[in-house]
Design a protein around this ligand. Sequence first.
Ligand code: ADP
Ligand code: MG
Length: 567
Amino acid sequence: MPRIRVLGSDVVNQIAAGEVIERPASVVKELVENALDAGATQVRVDIEEGGRKLVRVSDDGCGIEPEDLPLAFAPHATSKLGSAEDLFRVASFGFRGEALASIGAVSRTRILSRLRGAVEGAEIVLENGQLGETRPSASPEGTSVEVRNLFQNVPVRRKFLRSVEVEFDHIFEMVQRFAIGHPEVRFDLLHDGEQRLALPPSDVRDRIRKFFGDDLGAALLEVRAEAEPFSFQAYLAPPSFARTSIRSQFVFLNGRFIRDRVLSHAIQEAYRETVPHGRYAVIFLFLEVPPGEVDVNVHPTKLEVRFRQVWKVHDLLAAHVRRRLLEGDLAPSVRVERYAERAAESSPVHEIVEFFSGPAPVETATAPALLTTGRRYFQVHDRYIVEEAEDGIRLIDQHALHERYLLDRYRREYDSADVARQRLLLPASVEVSETDRALLEDHRSVLESLGIEFDDFGPRTVAVRAVPAIVGDEDPAELLRDVIERLREHGESERREGRPIPLLDEALEFLACRAAVKFGRRLSLEEVERLLSDAAGLDYSATCAHGRPTAVMLTLEDLERLFRRKG
Ligand code: ADP
Ligand code: MG
């Protein structure tokens, strides 16, 4: 019979590392949080090889006492918390006190620090959990934490890291969140010596504009509201800017980026009539909540939090965001309606007016090309395809058409229990909570019949082994996370509204929508041609899965009437 043993602290820290540190971007997250907690006004992030080789975060914060350096690495050591009651009072980023210990358990980590105003700094190294000596060092004021060869002693986890670009994308996204949440702080991000972000101190709008473009920045609507003890400020992009991923929704709680499905629900509800199913409004939400109202330590990476009165926040948000949208100065769409009313009531005209008075073109359209059928076509505004038809022109919504084609194909494959799937050479590991894991387990057979296969991998990790072929080269981990999100929302809507959505239909639609070419993506001529010939068998007059038309036909007769050549 095996004897019961207490695990050594190196093992414990490695296990903790598995929960907190999933990939280089998680290291960036922990280190930048610490820098901000230390009162930094400048944060510089240096990355080498997507973070596998090096993640270094340097700040000009308060610094660490040389004698405290070994403590910074000790598990459950934190300067941010003294007693259990403090747990509910702390307003800083985090105080689980395990980040540095966890990181140092699976890499070579060096901290250099000098207190503000001190003559000399000090440094210390933690490698694979082994603590070195504290030494004097010529550190500038502030702190620099250097993490080399992440997962060097955990080959399984190292194997699961993705390409340099994918890992760097995650890091970029992470820094983006901090930069939007903390516009007053200067951020620099460098990858292999190349400057990727240089953001001088500024304000939220300016940061949003830097990341999302001037059009969106200029169109943002601002709203503030409060209901004791909560208050929020939000920047809302008009519905026409909606995207296909929920990642365009930024929710900050007391300056910290979080994901919360109840708050996401509030946002969806506020935009419900204006943003079609399967799309997500772009919104930047800054919530202020007194520390006693929320527990931020329920999740290892502190991404999810627990509110005491979440529905109160939900209703406050939903009501005010919605009201602001209604009274909103949504100039472009209002103008469209007015023109449309004057022009005619028939829908093709409405559509074409909307098409031409949409956001100004940034780039010129691709040159017209000849379809094998001899008809001409070209893409405009990276969103629509204009096709010469036998007796007029057809305006096609590229996303809607592709989605309809995929849905058709997918549904047929599903009905014949033969969904084409793509097996992953390297399974993609996804960190999940226990509830999410149970949720996945409950729906395993449906998901498998849809082409999504996964295995259990560690206590809080699942490994995606196959995805439906139609989703192409989407990030499988991302896909699974979104599927989890949908399953949760599904449960939520069932509980809230007592009317379950047929899960299968929803899943098919969702995956087809995810896989379809994005509205706003520049297509090569070959891609347009492939889309048009793939969809050749479809009935264009039919609508896409969300009930929007896929194409609008303008006959020569319509055109003649429009140009008043005919009465
Ligand atoms: P936590 O942030 O939860 O307290 P960490 O393991 O991330 O735990 O950090 C441990 C301690 O090390 C912090 O509480 C803080 O005192 C110190 N520390 C870490 N990074 C910095 C930094 N950049 N500047 C100043 N102090 C730091
Ligand atoms: Mg920390």
